[in-house]
Ligand binder design. Sequence first.
Ligand code: DX5
Ligand code: ZN
Length: 219
Amino acid sequence: MVKIAPSILSADFCRLGEDIQKVSSADWLHVDVMDGMFVPNISIGVPVVKSIRAHTDMFLDVHLMVEKPGRYIRAFADAGADLLSVHLEADMPPALHAALDEMETLGVKRGVVLRPITAAEAVIPYLERGLDLVLVMTVEPGFGGQSFMADQLPKLAAIRSYIEKYSPGCLLEVDGGVNAETAKLCRQAGADVLVAGSAVYGAKDIPAAIAALRGDARG
Ligand code: DX5
Ligand code: ZN
């Protein structure tokens, strides 16, 4: 069954502990780190991940929207991230491969992320080396609450087939504008993990919203 990863970008940071508790029926917690350079927004960093780690056993899926993310792999691993994902556009390939090597050494799961502009084929050299997750952005990264880009669905399906060919077992995650309707399209295209910020935290009944994203009849 598909995993749901609520994005705490849509939480109330003054009540972060309570807001994490509210999504305990989900599978992972998605943490958006933004540096104001790779994306125009600034969000949260290492100390917040460390505090979250002390508060929950949920799997921490940390999405690094930062330039030259290799600089921060050790810090986020030490803070307690379970998985780190680095953007293919955030550095040159040798530096990204080195960052993925470091994740492996530190025992953190290895992810790469594609902006909407980046072609599906760009992921192949990384799948060939072995990856735990590919994240496909279905909005321009930087902000929650944007509309799902349906033109990314063929890319999702293409990456699903590359995963089967080059790195079976690697998970396919989707992030941006995922709600009960678009979740269905993502599941049909072969997604394993769905990130959702506003569709979860904007819902009156959060457990029902999480169930709806899974495609559970309750939603
Ligand atoms: C956007 C972030 C997303 C964001 C998703 O740059 O990577 O994780 O929180 O928010 P929604 O689900 O509202 O599009
Ligand atoms: Zn994200």
